[in-house]
Ligand binder design. Sequence first.
Ligand SMILES: Cc1cc2nc3c(=O)[nH]c(=O)nc-3n(C[C@H](O)[C@H](O)[C@H](O)COP(=O)(O)OP(=O)(O)OC[C@H]3O[C@@H](n4cnc5c(N)ncnc54)[C@H](O)[C@@H]3O)c2cc1C
Length: 432
Amino acid sequence: MATIILGGGITGLLAAWHLHGRGVAVEVWEAAEEPGGWVQTLPWPTLDGRPGRFEKGPQGILVSSGSAAERLFKALELPLQSPGKGARWVGKGGRLVPVPAHPAGLLTSGLMTWRTKLRMFLEPFQPVGPAEPEEGLAEFIARRAGKGMAAELLPPMVAGILAAPPECLSVDAIPKLRQWESHGSLFNGIRKSGISHLMVPEGGMGSLPKRLVERLPLVRRNLKAFGLEHLPDGRWKVYGPGHTAEADQVLLALPAFEAANLLGPLAAQSAEALRAIPYTSVKLWHSRHEPLPPYDDGFGFLIHPSEGKPYLGTLVPSWIDKKCAPAGVMQLRSFIGDAQLWGDPDPEAPKDWAWTEGNLRHWIPALGSPSQAKEEISTNAIPRAEKGHRGRVRQAVQGLPKGLDWISNARFGPGVRDVIEGLEAWLANPQP
Ligand SMILES: Cc1cc2nc3c(=O)[nH]c(=O)nc-3n(C[C@H](O)[C@H](O)[C@H](O)COP(=O)(O)OP(=O)(O)OC[C@H]3O[C@@H](n4cnc5c(N)ncnc54)[C@H](O)[C@@H]3O)c2cc1C
């Protein structure tokens, strides 16, 4: 069976790698010069020419012992490095409050009220909720861990992962939650599936797509599919600029809106559902500073959305990936959310470096001026699994003609780990 995979992001490359390993003749079409989609590690030398780098998308990946992600990196012979246990903070009440490394530390933490803490410790005793109807993310967390948790800790965490407020999201925005609950409680689910650690492959996250490409027979670059045709013999023909190809199966490893464009004339129901999946844009500022303890030795901080609007927080890549900047340089990565989504009080203010630096200094007054700062705009970067997402995905997948399927982080979950695990499950039953 011949398969063409449209989209050489991490979903498409991984699907291709799995299928190739099962003896399927597979080729990938990627619109850009460099495969990997959002997973790219790009060079960013210092002003005096010393090597450095930054991540376009994920800063790392969460890996637990025995997980699909661990198996994948082992099979690809790609060593993973852990930055270790670093401090992290949540910006609340005008100051950065440390997040305890262990749940027991929450008891003494100033992050939550006593009432919230007590309710949180009752989580393992809450009954498992029904799978249907689909719950909202905030409602799910309130049901399991209490309204205080949903209001105090959930918003900055979700802003840091999905750049969206939890009130608009479905519980399916973080598929792990329902998987964990199926073990009786979130506490039990996390315990059973093993604690995850943030890991970075040698060479940065971009090493993952690079290694996959090395192991694949055919990845065509700069080839953006613009049309699909169902042939009378049941096969599929794919059209790109100056190139066509035929296959038994076509996998659309594309963002929902791109897949909708290709499906429009062939599968109206699927295209309509895919078009209804919104995407969030973010702006990022990478900056380099003199190291400043304790922030240079930690993961970074997230700001409670009620105080940031739309500044979401800052990570410390030079702690996560020691090779991204030379020794003695602290590299930061600050996230700015979509003004409309966050009810930006001053939407006209340009979110330039001066604005970002002002926000950074509000939380870390001692931060020195940067030696370098670099802006990055990520348009339609993160699928937003709003309430009703499950129905939209179901409608999209069920409406597909035989021989076509749509695979994407908008289907499997927002992170690279979700894609790795989602693809494993999908491979067990690939046809809709
Ligand atoms: C700023 C940011 C930070 C992130 N941080 C994390 C993190 O810390 N941890 C984590 O796990 N995840 C993180 N993610 C999410 C992670 O990057 C995504 O889940 C993952 O990269 C999605 O991969 P994908 O292949 O589904 O989609 P994409 O990466 O969007 O890939 C789709 C590919 O299809 C190509 N394409 C589009 N149209 C066509 C066409 N018509 N024909 C051929 N090719 C086409 C595109 O060029 C692209 O390469 C982050 C994402 C962003 C944007």
